[in-house]
Write a protein that binds this ligand. Structure first.
Ligand SMILES: [Zn+2]
Length: 481
């Protein structure tokens, strides 16, 4: 027996098997019952939620030997062949690789002939938004005068890219992301039929990682079974997906919220030793802080995709902490995320952001942080990165040669560092005049320009005063800057 991936093995075969899309399947069933079948359907929605699967079931419902019927028999020749993907009159076309006018013209030619097996001819075009404009025009011609018993099902993740002329000729169905609870039940039922046991923590993690896409969830399940056999627990999911464990995130959060920056940095070290990347860590931490914020502000409904034990952990972490306190730490860390992800020294950036976050409460009191808190970490991080970089790299080229060098070779390590410094300067120092523009601006524009410049300067001055206050804690940026 050949090995089938779960996404194929567990694919729904009838309308009632399709989960979380009852608003679609019910309407299609009714249309078949009342003999009001459209010529063209547009199935939209995120990937992996059942669009193509539903299209195939519709094809079966129409071409079943007992049909058209809302409940295809599954045993007749037509049902079997559609299930196996070998039916002559059910054609699946990938819009991404058949996007040109020639393919659609060819389709138009063939659509004229009646179905070889006497039933309906069904064209399922996946990712239809990928078609070229000319191809859409050719398609429109068919839709304007659709041949008898020819049905189109267009599936797309991006309906906005489908021309209005096409949209207006289709019955549109919006497929939804599959809610975690529904997905979890489905997966654990199907898994148990295979003798696979998956505990609730693991199920939560799989559903969360899928982002509501059943296809993604099932491909994780395939990997999990290869990885850890028929007994799947939360730890194996975390290890497979590189998910940062909630305990670790809680410990780091507690350290930051209690102004214990050193402890937070020790935990970061532990996490890196265990193989997590800086990016995984900051993303998970920001996500965790969001949940803390929701819990601290009493909006627990918004906490989704967490297992019961994780929710308990979140509650425990924020016990006695004010929501504004959590909010400011979250704002600061998410403000520093870009710098951490793309800067030259991600680890230093992460560490300094954590230290900054843990010191903010001391500097300002958490209740009255300035509105520019997101920028604080960015600037502080850059200042710290700068002092590291200059220590390491004393022979920095002068600004002029540096510019040309950067233009000619942007990939060198040295240039990356100089880039960091350049950015930092442009944020911290008062804005230098920008005499680059060649066109002379109109006086009105000029006034606006001056006003904008002023606003920018004010904004910058506000930031700088905050930065000075924060940096005073570290002795990083000279007070007189
Ligand atoms: Zn049948």
């Amino acid at each position: 027996m050949s090995y089938l991936v779960f996404a194929r093995k567990w694919r729904p075969q009838t309308f009632s098997d399709v989960i979380a899309q009852e608003h679609v399947t019910q309407t299609l069933r009714n249309a078949i019952k009342t003999d009001r079948i459209g010529h063209a359907y547009l199935f939209t929605g995120p990937r992996g939620v059942g669009k193509t699967t539903t299209a195939r079931i519709l094809a079966k419902a129409l071409n079943c030997e007992t049909g058209p019927t809302p409940d295809p028999c599954m045993v007749c020749e037509a049902c079997k062949r559609i299930t196996a993907g070998g039916h002559f009159d059910v054609l699946e076309i990938d819009g991404a690789s058949n996007r040109g006018i020639d393919e659609i013209r060819d389709l138009r030619e063939k659509a004229r002939y009646t179905a070889a097996e006497g039933g309906y001819k069904i064209y399922i075009i996946d990712e239809v938004h990928m078609l070229t404009r000319e191809a859409f025009n050719a398609l429109l011609k068919i839709l304007e005068e659709p041949p008898d018993k020819v049905i189109f099902v267009f599936a797309t993740t991006e309906p906005r890219k489908v021309p209005a002329t096409i949209l207006s000729r289709c019955q549109r169905f919006d497929f939804r992301r599959i809610p975690s609870s529904v997905m979890g039940t489905y997966i654990s039922d199907e898994a148990s039929k295979e003798g696979i046991s998956i505990n609730s923590d693991a199920l939560t993690l799989v559903c969360r990682a899928s982002g509501g896409s059943m296809r993604d969830a099932l491909s994780v399940m395939d990997q999990l079974v290869s990885f850890s056999g028929k007994d799947i627990n939360g730890e194996s999911v975390s290890r497979l997906l590189g998910l940062v464990e909630a305990d670790l995130l809680a410990d780091i959060s507690v350290a930051v919220l209690r102004s214990q920056g050193a402890i937070a940095l020790d935990l970061v070290e532990d996490a890196l030793v265990r193989g997590y990347s800086i990016e995984e860590l900051i993303d998970a931490l920001v996500g965790f802080l969001r949940n803390l914020l929701l819990a601290a502000s009493g909006a627990e409904k918004g906490i989704t995709d967490l297992s019961d034990s994780e929710i308990a952990l979140v509650r425990q972490t924020v016990a006695g902490v004010s929501d504004i306190h959590v909010l400011n730490v979250l704002r600061l860390l998410s403000g520093a995320t870009d710098q951490i992800r793309t800067g030259a020294s991600p680890r230093i950036s992460l560490e300094s952001a954590l230290i900054t976050a843990s010191k903010l409460g001391i500097a300002f009191g958490f209740e009255d942080l300035p509105p520019v808190v997101e920028r604080v970490a960015v600037v502080a991080v850059k200042a710290i990165t700068k002092s590291e970089a200059t220590e390491v790299d004393q022979e920095l080229p002068t600004e002029q040669t540096e510019k040309t060098e950067r233009d000619s070779d942007s990939s060198s390590d040295k240039t990356a560092k100089s880039e960091g410094i350049k950015l930092e300067e442009s944020v911290v120092s008062p804005a230098p005049p920008q005499p680059v523009s060649v066109d002379t601006p109109e006086p009105e524009d000029e006034k606006k320009e001056v006003k904008n410049q002023k606003d920018n300067n004010n904004e910058r001055e506000k930031e700088n005063s905050v930065v000075r206050k924060v940096s005073g804690l570290f002795d990083m940026i000279p007070e007189n800057r």
